[in-house]
Design a protein around this ligand. Structure first.
Ligand code: PEP
Length: 252
């Protein structure tokens, strides 16, 4: 099964117009500089999506957002709709990141509703799952990830409109990572659960990214596993040199 590797940067709440645009330009130039076999995306904060879109012009780097509402428009002060993201030029939206699940109490049901709305607006989703340290220590990793997949991924999701990101919560921003074997085991288990939800054919084609302290030094080991189809990169995506070194080391 051929799945195109993807390297996506989650800038989180980082980036003002000057440094965000400069970062986007550096990534765009580096992606253009040689023939690339992977798909690239950057997901800046809402406020600089338009400016980053402009900075990426001519480079094969998709624009993504970090969240959206499930409604197309209306009385939701402070929220952004999927249609607005499509309108500004986004191809992707990250949904169900653990920071949103923790900071904003987002449930699997809500993530699923957002994903359905995003797909309806023509966006592709990067749906995040992952266990906490306590859950891992209790041996619940596969159960937690399975429940998140079954609850957060729409039954209508396809490999063309959905990417999964497995991000152990305890690995995000900590410098800690699971072993390569652990990552492969979880990804393989996630693909099996996906098959139950959306069918074997789509599950086989759907990309499952790893996220959580991916760095240039561990990219080769963590991203060249049979069921790992790239990375969602947080901290290291804020430096173009690190982001691109991750891509290079992953064979992108
Ligand atoms: C993330 O939050 O999506 C992430 C992967 O963060 P980091 O790479 O900084 O661990």
């Amino acid at each position: 099964m051929v799945r195109k590797m993807m390297i996506a940067g989650n800038w989180k709440m980082n980036g003002l117009s000057t440094d965000g645009v400069a970062l986007a330009k550096e990534v765009a130039a580096a992606v253009k500089a040689k023939k690339r076999v992977c798909e690239f995306a950057v997901c800046p904060p809402f406020t600089i999506l338009a400016a980053v879109k402009k900075a990426l012009r001519g480079a094969k780097v998709a624009l993504g957002a970090q969240d959206c509402h499930f409604d197309e428009k209306g009385a939701h002060t402070g929220d952004i709709s999927p249609l607005m993201l499509a309108d500004v030029g986004c191809a992707y939206v990250i949904l169900g990141h653990s920071e949103r699940r923790a900071d904003h109490g987002e449930s699997n049901e809500l993530v699923c509703r957002k994903a359905e709305a995003a797909h309806k607006a023509g966006l592709k989703t990067i749906i995040c799952i992952g266990e906490t340290l306590a859950q891992r220590e209790r041996g619940e990793t596969i159960d937690v990830c399975s429940e998140q997949i079954l609850g957060s991924v729409p039954a209508t999701a396809t490999a063309a409109d959905t990417v999964i990101a497995y991000e152990p919560v305890w690995a995000i921003g900590t410098g800690k990572t699971p072993t390569a074997q652990d990552v492969e085991d979880v990804h393989a288990a996630v693909r099996k659960v996906l098959a139950k939800k959306i069918g074997k054919a789509q599950a086989g084609k759907m990309r499952i990214l790893y996220g959580g302290s991916v760095k240039p030094a561990n990219a080769k080991e963590l991203l060249n596993l049979p069921d790992v189809d790239g990375a969602l990169v947080g901290g290291a995506s804020l430096k173009a040199a690190d982001f691109m070194a991750i891509a290079d080391n992953a064979g992108c």
